[in-house]
Write a protein that binds this ligand. Structure first.
Ligand code: V47
Ligand code: SF4
Length: 370
């Protein structure tokens, strides 16, 4: 196998060593991770697919989900974000509890398994407000999995309630929180973080919140915002911190590389990276994060076509049906302005890529194989 792959191109000695390590499933160093970006895309695809096949065979996961975005009012001002507004600013929204429960109620007697709740960091809403929201949603939809609040939202709401991080997470768990989404991680490198989200929770805080969540029995996802002002070293350093935490807790379900989308934000002038770079990012993530079972391509951000192609670059999950319930990416210029996929569309997308569609719940229990 190693020989066959090496015969496919002309590689430096160092690249040959890296290929050999990957095929033998040995862990790559930070330096080797950075070097991966210099590989030909086709070879990266082969290597990432090889590792993905060992972990997931030909299975590609999706779920039936919807989002609730209670507000886009946010105390922060991340430069990449097209979504946030100040109180009373044009384009702001703040749904009432009644609106939110009406939305949840519309999923009664459906086979949706997950609600993903995420929004701006509202100055006046605290842990008990959001906890009550979760509890009332669970009263309406007792079997739904509530994946809610980025570490940045949690950081604020828990501090506002004057309880410790662990107490805050346990309180939310008691209200019905089941897991934590991966947002707010952006890029951990302090200098870059200062330029893209200087006010909000630090990298250390993000990592501590996820570590504590894992400790109290709340699994979570991890993300990285790529394709803005960060460099390759920053990306691998970020992955390395996630890999290190996963070694200690094994609490991450999946890693989601989030591509910077340029419309309507202060970083628009940078533009967006091309598809080749997206595919490299997915393949490198699959190769470097040897202790993550799953790599997700979030189709509302990436588009359906590129998400489908990513299945040949180490990706084994494309998120879910969404049902036109999120605005984060449409406001940043994503192609699908009303993101929705029926189950049949998801199945078809996966099957045409030569893979096996598997409906999962949030924590990767199999719901149905197609
Ligand atoms: O933290 C905001 C990102 C995140 C832009 O856990 C942007 O399953 C690109 O975390 N361009 C929130 N990205 C969303 C998120 C998420 C999404 C899908 C699935 C899961 C999961 C989590 O959205 C933010 C930020 O990194 N974001 N604006 C933008 N212009
Ligand atoms: Fe607020 Fe999140 Fe947007 Fe930052 S990314 S401004 S924290 S909504």
């Amino acid at each position: 196998m190693i020989k066959e792959i090496i015969q496919l191109g002309s590689f430096t000695d160092s690249q040959k060593r890296i290929i050999t390590k990957i095929i033998n499933q040995e862990r790559l160093s930070i330096q080797e991770g950075i070097e991966l970006f210099n590989f030909d895309l086709g070879i990266l695809g082969i290597l990432a697919s090889y590792l993905n096949k060992i972990k997931n065979r030909d299975q590609v996961y999706f779920n039936k989900n919807f989002h609730i975005e209670p507000t886009n009012i946010c105390i922060y001002d991340c430069t990449f974000c097209s979504y946030h507004r100040k109180i009373n600013q044009e384009g702001s929204w703040e749904y009432s509890m009644e609106d939110i429960l009406k939305k949840a109620e519309s999923y009664k007697n459906t086979d949706v398994t997950e609600v993903h709740i995420v929004g701006g960091v509202h100055p006046n809403r605290d842990l008990h407000y959001y906890g009550t929201m979760i509890k009332k949603i669970k009263d309406l939809l007792p079997d739904i999995h509530v994946k809610a609040f980025t570490a940045v939202e949690l950081d604020f709401m828990i501090r506002k309630a004057h309880v410790s991080l662990e107490e805050g997470l346990l309180l939310l768990k008691d209200y019905g929180l089941n897991s934590i989404p991966g947002g707010g991680a952006e890029i951990f490198e302090p200098e870059i973080r200062k330029q893209v989200c200087h006010e909000k929770s630090t990298a250390e805080q993000w990592l501590t919140i996820h570590e504590t969540a894992h400790k109290v029995g709340l699994p979570s996802n991890a993300t990285m915002l790529y394709g803005h002002i960060e460099n390759k070293q920053n990306r691998i350093d970020h992955l390395d911190k996630l890999r290190e935490l996963q070694d200690r807790t094994n609490g991450f379900n999946t890693f989601i590389p989030l591509k910077f989308k340029k419309a309507n934000n202060s970083l628009s002038y940078i533009g967006e990276v091309n598809t080749l770079e997206d595919l490299k990012m997915f393949a490198v993530s699959r190769i470097y994060l040897d202790n993550f079972d799953h790599i997700k391509a979030y189709w509302p951000m990436l588009g359906k076509d590129v998400s489908q192609i990513s299945l040949s670059f180490g990706v084994d999950d494309i998120d879910g049906t969404i049902d036109d319930s999120t605005k984060i990416y449409s406001m940043a210029g994503a192609k699908d302005q009303k993101p929705t996929m029926t189950t049949n569309e998801l199945i078809d997308l996966i099957k045409t890529a030569g893979k096996k569609p598997v409906e999962r719940d949030t924590v990767y229990n199999i719901v149905k194989e197609y």
